[in-house]
Design a protein around this ligand. Structure first.
Ligand code: ZN
Length: 312
């Protein structure tokens, strides 16, 4: 997806476009805003713009390609750099996300010191094929232990031809010393209206699949685009959260969908707390899968199988 296609974050997109147009790209950015605001999508679109070599490969003999295309030109979408970046497999695009401890796959997910040391090592190398290397740290607030301090060292002596992007919910989620060395790009929560539309659509889809089964699910998910899929996953995530709250007897005011409190309480009875928590975890994994370019169709099918068919 190109930066231009990101519709609901005009301020963030304008800031990044300006950086590209003036060729004044910062060493480090902090993309700050709530989950579902499009921070990762924007980070990946920005990465593609930085990794595009715009038809330059043909002339590149010997050394690595220099950016010949005009600064600020949108990514061409055709060159090898663009294609590899869009598929998240560009050798100069590094995605770092929290992982559970090696010894305990169910333990708390974190970005640990080893991941930051790995980043440091890779950042010290020359780019493989683009003019720069990019590191995107998803859920950067989950840096634990010595990781923020080690990361600070990288920020203080920024490696050449490297752009770091931290994705996090609040600027205060990391030490001020780290954030103050990043250019902060703020993301607004996705408009309430869009969320209401996605919730209604998610509810209809769930009811249809419950009524008609897997065949209908496969036909409904066939042509889902990524943005719609993200909206649906977020809606199911919120639904499961509401069901947990309803099950615990929380007041309607706390529900995202307060108008349906009675219905939610009735539906919550059909689930155990454990099942609901597992479903929330499934939604979280689906969100990450979408960021890693897993097909939107597959992602939604896993969630619907669980919520509608109780099969996953
Ligand atoms: Zn390109």
């Amino acid at each position: 997806m190109a930066l231009d296609a990101i519709r609901d974050q005009p301020r963030a997109v304008a800031l990044l476009r300006r950086a590209l147009a003036t060729d004044r790209v910062a060493h480090a950015y902090a993309f700050v805003g709530p989950t579902g605001a499009g921070r990762m999508t924007t980070a990946l679109a920005f990465a593609q713009a930085l990794l595009c070599t715009g038809g330059r490969e043909a002339g590149a003999v010997g050394g690595w390609p220099e950016p010949r295309r005009e600064a600020g030109a949108p990514p061409c979408g055709r060159c090898q750099g663009c294609r590899l970046a869009a598929a998240r497999v560009h050798p100069d695009l590094h995605l770092i996300a929290p992982t559970p401890p090696e010894t305990n796959p169910k333990g708390a997910r974190a970005i640990r010191i080893d991941a930051i040391r790995g980043l440091e090592r890779q950042a010290a190398l020359r780019p493989v094929m683009a003019p720069r290397k990019l590191f995107v740290l998803d859920e950067a607030e989950r840096m634990t232990g010595e990781a923020p301090q080690a990361f600070l060292k990288t920020l203080e002596e920024p490696p050449a031809a490297t752009v770091l992007i931290l994705v996090l919910p609040r600027a205060r989620a990391l030490p001020a010393t780290v954030i103050s060395r990043c250019q902060v790009v703020r993301f607004e929560p996705r408009s309430a209206e869009a969320a209401v539309v996605a919730r209604a659509r998610a509810r209809t889809l769930l009811a249809e699949v419950r009524a008609e089964g897997a065949d209908l699910m496969f036909s409904r998910t066939e042509r889902l685009d990524r943005e719609t899929a993200e909206g649906l996953v977020d809606a199911y995530w919120l639904l499961c959260r509401d069901l947990v709250l309803a099950k615990a007897g929380a007041p309607a005011l706390l529900l995202a969908d307060a108008a349906r409190a009675v219905e939610l309480a009735r539906e919550a009875e059909a689930w155990t707390l454990d099942e609901l928590l597992q479903s929330i975890d499934l939604c979280r994994q689906a969100r990450q899968a979408l960021a890693r370019n897993v097909a939107p169709r597959l992602t939604l099918e896993v969630i619907l199988s669980r919520l509608a068919l109780r099969a996953a």
